[in-house]
Write a protein that binds this ligand. Structure first.
Ligand code: ATP
Ligand code: MG
Length: 214
């Protein structure tokens, strides 16, 4: 049995067509079922439904052999115990620094001001500002980062941006791109060795599906 960890929402929905191309159909949809372990049309493959940020943990410890996780989540996790063979080209967005429209970010940085930055992505934010030599106080949030600068909790945020509509709606603008983001297939390193006969065909199927998807 091969176990694939997915999160519901975007990751599940965008992985579905790739699974379909591989001839695999989950027997239930997580939006319509409370089940956290879902069988598939392929008797040797089941799907676990976990939080997006928990996908690397399930795969790292071998509770799942494979998973689909955003690069944002993998940067925070660090990737220990994971093999990351494939960029699936789904859930595409970018990690960026954003500030209120009327905040002079360049000037604040030039003056060496200490910036307050709210984010869910502490590791990525810490590394980004350290590399630039900008002093920051990071404030950990779990969602709705756009709110923080509007109510004086932070000067800036580090968040994912796709269309930019949420930023615009909250009078924020991007001042720096940190890194492009997309979802990756991740594989437990031990499973790849010990279950290669079962895991490799899934890797090949994903690789094929992702290539024709692009
Ligand atoms: P949770 O809801 O459990 O806190 P989450 O908000 O990270 O987790 P999703 O919003 O489903 O869950 O995001 C899952 C992944 O999709 C993210 O890790 C990221 O890689 C990608 N993603 C997030 N926002 C966007 C976006 N606006 N456009 C494209 N991809 C995105
Ligand atoms: Mg979300």
């Amino acid at each position: 049995m091969i176990t694939l960890a997915l999160s519901k929402g975007r990751i599940f929905d965008e992985t579905l067509p790739l699974l379909e191309k591989a001839g695999v159909r989950p027997l239930e949809h997580p939006e319509h079922s409370r089940r956290l372990i879902i069988g598939t049309s392929s008797p040797g493959l089941r799907v676990l439904i976990v939080r997006a940020s928990d996908v690397p943990t399930y795969v790292q410890y071998g509770a799942a052999d494979l998973g689909v996780a955003g690069k944002d989540v993998l940067l925070e996790h660090g990737g220990a115990g994971l093999y990351q063979p494939l960029d699936l080209g789904i859930a595409v967005c970018r990690m960026a620094v954003a500030v209120p429209r009327d905040f002079d970010y360049a000037n604040a940085v030039r003056k060496g001001a200490r910036l307050r930055v709210a984010t869910k992505y502490m590791q990525t934010a810490r590394e980004h500002f350290a590399a630039k030599g900008v002093h920051v106080d990071l404030i950990k949030l779990y969602g709705s980062m756009e709110l923080a600068p509007l109510v004086g909790l932070a000067d800036a945020i580090v968040d994912l941006v796709s269309s930019g509509n949420t930023l615009r709606a909250n009078r924020l603008r991007v001042v720096e791109e940190i890194t492009p983001i997309s979802a990756r297939l991740i594989v437990n390193q031990a499973a790849l060795k010990l279950k290669r006969a079962a895991v490799q065909p899934m890797l090949d199927a994903f690789s094929h599906a992702a290539a024709s998807h692009a």
